[in-house]
Design a protein around this ligand. Structure first.
Ligand SMILES: [Zn+2]
Length: 227
C-alpha cells in the first residue's frame, strides 16, 4: 500500500488552524485511511513529493504526550535527497514552508529513504524529478497492468489554472526551470495518456492531457479508481 503526500494534517494549534483554514471536518491521515478500510500499519511506502508543510504536514500526529510522531510507523518514506538538503539549509526564499517538526520525526524513526534523481522505486511506481518549484520535487507516476497511469505533479501543476506552460506560480524558486519542467511533464502526460491529479485544485480532481495545435489541452475528470 502506497500513500502519496499527506496534506496539511490535523496536528495544528488554534492560530495555525485559523491562518491556514484547516478544515476540522477533514480527517487526518490515519483516520482518512481507516475510513477507506486501510490499516495505517499496513502502508509499506509513502512518497513525499516535497517537504513543504501543505504537502508533508500530515505525516505526523500528536501522541498522548503531545509529541509529533509518524502516522505510518511501518512505511518507508521516499524523498529526493536534494529536497531534504534544501529543507535542512532553510533557504530564506521558502523557509516559511518548511517545518522541521513535521519531517524530523520521520528521520528519527529511521523511516526516510533518500533518492538521487529519477527512476523506478519498484515495479509500477516511477518518480520524475523537477527543480523549478523547489529543488528535488518528485512526481510519482503509478502504472497499472492495463497500461494506464496516474501522475501526481504536485506543485509543478497545482491547479488547472497552472496547466499552460506559461502559467507559473510567482512562488516558484526558478520559474524558467518550471517552464521546461512542465513542458517535459506534459509531453509525456499527453503521449502516455496519464491521468494527472491536481493536488491544489478546489474543483477538479484530475485531467487528461492532449497536445493540440495551439498547445496542450486539458479534459477534467475524476482520478481513476483503478488502473
Ligand atoms: Zn510546494
Amino acid at each position: 500500500v502506497v500513500v502519496i503526500d499527506s496534506g496539511l494534517g490535523q496536528a495544528w494549534g488554534e492560530r495555525d488552524r485559523a491562518r491556514y483554514r484547516v478544515d476540522p471536518e477533514v480527517p487526518g491521515l490515519g483516520q482518512a485511511l481507516a475510513g477507506i478500510g486501510v490499516d495505517p500499519a499496513a502502508v509499506t511506502d509513502a512518497v513525499l513529493t516535497h517537504l513543504h508543510f501543505d504537502h508533508a504536514g500530515g505525516w505526523v500526529e500528536r501522541d498522548a504526550d503531545g509529541e509529533l510522531v509518524p502516522v505510518l510507523a511501518g512505511a518507508v518514506h521516499h524523498v529526493q535527497r536534494a529536497q531534504w538538503e534544501w529543507a535542512e539549509q532553510a533557504a530564506p526564499r521558502d523557509r516559511g514552508s518548511y517545518l522541521a517538526e513535521r519531517y524530523q520525526p520521520l528521520s528519527r524513526a529511521g523511516l526516510i529513504q533518500l533518492h538521487d534523481g529519477e527512476g523506478s522505486l519498484f515495479p509500477g511506481l516511477e518518480v520524475l524529478r523537477f527543480d523549478g518549484h523547489t529543488p528535488g520535487l518528485q512526481a510519482p507516476v503509478l502504472r497499472g497492468e492495463t497500461g494506464s497511469a496516474v501522475a501526481f505533479p504536485a506543485d509543478l501543476m497545482p491547479t488547472l489554472s497552472h496547466g499552460g506552460s506559461n502559467w507559473i506560480m510567482a512562488y516558484d524558486l526558478q520559474p524558467l526551470v518550471t517552464f521546461k519542467d512542465k513542458q517535459r511533464f506534459l509531453e509525456r502526460a499527453a503521449a502516455e495518456r496519464w491521468a494527472v491529479v491536481l493536488e491544489h485544485d478546489p474543483e477538479i480532481e484530475a485531467v487528461r492531457v492532449t497536445a493540440g495545435a495551439e498547445g496542450f489541452e486539458f479534459t477534467p475528470g475524476a482520478c481513476p479508481a483503478t488502473i
